[in-house]
Write a protein of this length. Structure first.
Length: 150
């Protein structure tokens, strides 16, 4: 599973984004990557709004869930990092003679640490979203999640 796909699935769990379209990775640009952060934010916002509509969320619930969504989008962007700089550094390493194995391992560790931080933020976001919803709303979300995974 790609890092991008993993981040997407974590965002789904953390931001109450239990919709089949986002989880399956639609709305992607060339090469399977989202085209830009603004486009991703718009897409996620639309999905969250649709989910909140389905749950008949109150204005207060919408505000709190949207705060979770915004926080996770920011964390996801931070976890994603500067991909152009990463690719340039990896290419420079490939062209180097000899290649710096220690630096390659450091890059891997940095990426894993960023993903781990985002996964923790997503888990916190899921807990925050859970706490905002009523038991009935949580049951609706659980039912939808069960249908998605059949």
């Amino acid at each position: 599973m790609t890092t991008k796909r993993t981040l997407t699935l974590l965002a789904v769990a953390g931001g109450l984004l239990l919709s089949a379209g986002f989880a399956s990775g639609c709305h992607r640009g060339p090469g399977g990557h989202h085209r830009d952060p603004a486009e991703l934010a718009k897409f996620v916002t639309e999905r969250v709004d649709d989910a909140l509509d389905d749950l008949d969320a109150t204005p207060a619930q919408r505000e709190r869930i949207n705060a979770v969504k915004d926080r996770l989008l920011a964390e996801g962007a931070k976890a994603r990092g500067d991909r152009d700089a990463l690719h340039a550094e990896l290419l420079a390493q490939w062209k180097a003679d000899p290649i710096d194995r220690a630096r390659l391992h450091q890059i891997v560790d940095e990426r894993i640490d960023a993903l781990r931080a985002f996964a923790h933020a997503a888990a916190d976001g899921a807990a925050d979203a859970h706490d905002v919803l009523t038991p009935e709303q949580r049951a609706k979300v659980a039912k939808k999640a069960e249908r998605m995974h059949r």
